[in-house]
Design a protein around this ligand. Structure first.
Ligand code: ADP
Length: 465
C-alpha cells in the first residue's frame, strides 16, 4: 500500500493541486498530458511529465490503458484520479488495483454502488440517511405500474437516470399526462449517454438548496465529517459558487446529518474523501447522491477547518491512520469560492484561446487555485474551469467584501472569463442575504438588469410545457 511516486490522471488546476499536496508529503509526481496541454507551466512542477495521447479526452485522459502504461513506464505506484474524467469509474479503479497499484480513492465496490443512484439511495435508507421520497427502484417497463408509482410519489416529480451525472439525464414531470413521453425520452438518453437504461423517479422539490457534507475515512475504522458546503448557485446544474458554512442552517441539524453520514461510511467500509449531496427545503434534508472523490469545491472546507484535504486523502490511501478524531475538527470563519470559467459570463458559451495577460489578486484571506499563466492555452477539448478564487473571512460579511475586492482585481486577457457574473452575484441583495435556492441563478440571469438577449427561462431540467 505504501508508495513513493504518484501518477496524476488529470490535468489543469486539479493536477496542480495534487502536485502541491504530494510535495508536502515528499512524494514524487508523474504528470500526464495530452498533446493539447503540451508545454503548460504546471507540468514543470511535476518530477516527470509524460504525453499520453492526442487532445480529445477519450484518447488521453480517459484512456485507462495509456494511463496504466505511463504508470508502468515511470515506476509510479499510485494513481490519483482528481475529479471528473476517470475519478468515479469503478472499472478503472479495479484495473489500477489489478495492476498492483494504489488507486487514491474508495474501493471499486463503493464507487460502483454510489455510481448507481438507485443502489446509493437504497444504501442510504438502510443506514438511516434521509432521502428524497421516490420509487427507490428502477422503473418497470409496464406503463400502468409507472403511473401507479407516479401517484404514490406525487407530482411534480423528476425522472432521473440511475447512471446519470454532470446534471444530465433528468426530466421534470408536472402531470401524469406527460409521464409516458418523458419517461421514454429519459430512458433513451440514459441508454445512449450512460450505457445504463435504468431510470427512477423522485419527488421534484420546487425551491431546495443544495447542501453537501464532506467526509473523510481511513482504513482503520476512523471517519470524520468536515462540515457542509452550500452549492446552491448553479447554472444547468453545474455549481458556480460554493460556501461554507451554509448560511442560516441550524448547527444542530448539520451536526446530526454529519453524524449520520459518518455512520453510513463506517457501515459501507468507505475509505477516502467523499461527499454526501442533499437537497434542503423547509428545514428538511434529503439525500440525492454521493460523490466518491475529491470535489472541486474542497478548498472552502479547507479554509474553515485548516486541514489539507488532499494531503489527508493521500495519507489514508497510503494506509496511514487519519490521525485526528471528530473532537479535533473545529470550524472557524466563513469561506466562499467562485469558479473562474473561460466562458461568456452571461450565456456560459465557452471561450477557448490563449491567455495574453494575467493578474492574480492577493492579500489576507485570498487564495487562487489555477494552472493559468501568461501564454496558457484554454482548449475547447476540456471543461471550461480555469481557476478557483477562494476567500476566507472571520464572518460571511467580511468574506463577501474580500470576494468583491478580489474579483475587481482579477484580470485574465486573451480568453473571456466569468468574473462579471460573479461580481453581479456577490453584489446582489438576495445572495448577500444568504440562503438562495438552486433556481437563484436562473432568475438572476433573466432579470432585465442583466440585459442579456440570450436570456431564456431555464431549460436545464428540460421541463416540459
Ligand atoms: P448529477 O449527478 O447529474 O449532478 P444530482 O442528482 O446530483 O445529479 O442532481 C444535480 C442537481 O439537480 C441538484 O443539485 C439539483 O439542483 C437538481 N435536482 C436533483 N434532484 C432534484 C429533485 N428531486 N428536486 C429538485 N431538484 C433536483
Amino acid at each position: 500500500m505504501t508508495f513513493g511516486t504518484v501518477l496524476i490522471a488529470n490535468r489543469g488546476e486539479v493536477a496542480l493541486r495534487i502536485i502541491r499536496a504530494c510535495r508536502r508529503l515528499n512524494l514524487k509526481t508523474v504528470a500526464v498530458y495530452a498533446e493539447a496541454d503540451r508545454g503548460m507551466a504546471y507540468l514543470d512542477l511535476a518530477d516527470t511529465a509524460v504525453c499520453i495521447g492526442p487532445g480529445p479526452a477519450r484518447q488521453s485522459y480517459l484512456d485507462s490503458g495509456a494511463l496504466l502504461l505511463a504508470a508502468r513506464a515511470t515506476g509510479a505506484q499510485a494513481i490519483h484520479p482528481g475529479y471528473g474524467f476517470l475519478s468515479e469509474n469503478a472499472d478503472f479503479a479495479q484495473a489500477v488495483a489489478d495492476a498492483g497499484l494504489t488507486f487514491i480513492g474508495p474501493s471499486p465496490a463503493c464507487i460502483r454502488m454510489m455510481g448507481d443512484k438507485i443502489r446509493a439511495k437504497q444504501a442510504m435508507r438502510a443506514h438511516g440517511v434521509p432521502c428524497v421520497p421516490g420509487s427507490d427502484m428502477a422503473l418497470p417497463e409496464d406503463m400502468a405500474a409507472c403511473h401507479e408509482l407516479g401517484l404514490i410519489v406525487g407530482y411534480p416529480l423528476i425522472i432521473k437516470a440511475a447512471g446519470g451525472g454532470g446534471g444530465r439525464g433528468m426530466r421534470v414531470v408536472r402531470s401524469h399526462t406527460q409521464l409516458a413521453d418523458l419517461l421514454s425520452a429519459t430512458r433513451e438518453e440514459a441508454r445512449a449517454a450512460f450505457n445504463n437504461p435504468d431510470v427512477y423517479m423522485e419527488r421534484f422539490l420546487e425551491h431546495p438548496r443544495h447542501i453537501e457534507i464532506q467526509v473523510l475515512c481511513d482504513a482503520h475504522g476512523q471517519a470524520v465529517w468536515l462540515g457542509e458546503r452550500d452549492c446552491s448557485v448553479q447554472r444547468r446544474h453545474q455549481k458556480l459558487v460554493e460556501e461554507a458554512p451554509a448560511p442560516g442552517v441550524p448547527r444542530a441539524a448539520i451536526r446530526q446529518l454529519g453524524e449520520l453520514c459518518v455512520r453510513a461510511c463506517l457501515g459501507m467500509d468507505y475509505r477516502g474523501l467523499g461527499t454526501f449531496e442533499f437537497l434542503y427545503e423547509d428545514g428538511t434534508f434529503a439525500f440525492i447522491e454521493m460523490n466518491t472523490r475529491m470535489q472541486v469545491e474542497h478548498p472552502v472546507t479547507e479554509a474553515i477547518t485548516g486541514r489539507d484535504l488532499i494531503a489527508d486523502q493521500i495519507r489514508v490511501a497510503r494506509g496511514e491512520p487519519l490521525g485526528y478524531t471528530q473532537a479535533d475538527v473545529a470550524f472557524s470563519g466563513h469561506a466562499i469560492e467562485c469558479r473562474i470559467n473561460a466562458e461568456q459570463p452571461f450565456t456560459g458559451q465557452p471561450s477557448p484561446g490563449t491567455v495574453s495577460a494575467l493578474h492574480v489578486p492577493g492579500g489576507p484571506g485570498i487564495r487562487f487555485d489555477s494552472h493559468l499563466t501568461r501564454g496558457a492555452r484554454v482548449s475547447s477539448f476540456y471543461d471550461s474551469l480555469t481557476g478557483k478564487l477562494i476567500v476566507t473571512g472571520r464572518d460571511r460579511a467580511q468574506a463577501l467584501d474580500r470576494m468583491a475586492a478580489a474579483l475587481a482585481e482579477l484580470r485574465v486577457d486573451g480568453v473571456m472569463v466569468n468574473t462579471a457574473l460573479h461580481r453581479r452575484i456577490v453584489a446582489d441583495e438576495a445572495f448577500r442575504a444568504g440562503g438562495v435556492s438552486i433556481h437563484y441563478l436562473d432568475s438572476l440571469l433573466c432579470e432585465p438588469a442583466t440585459a442579456d438577449p440570450a436570456c431564456e427561462p431555464s431549460t436545464a431540467l428540460q421541463e416540459a410545457g
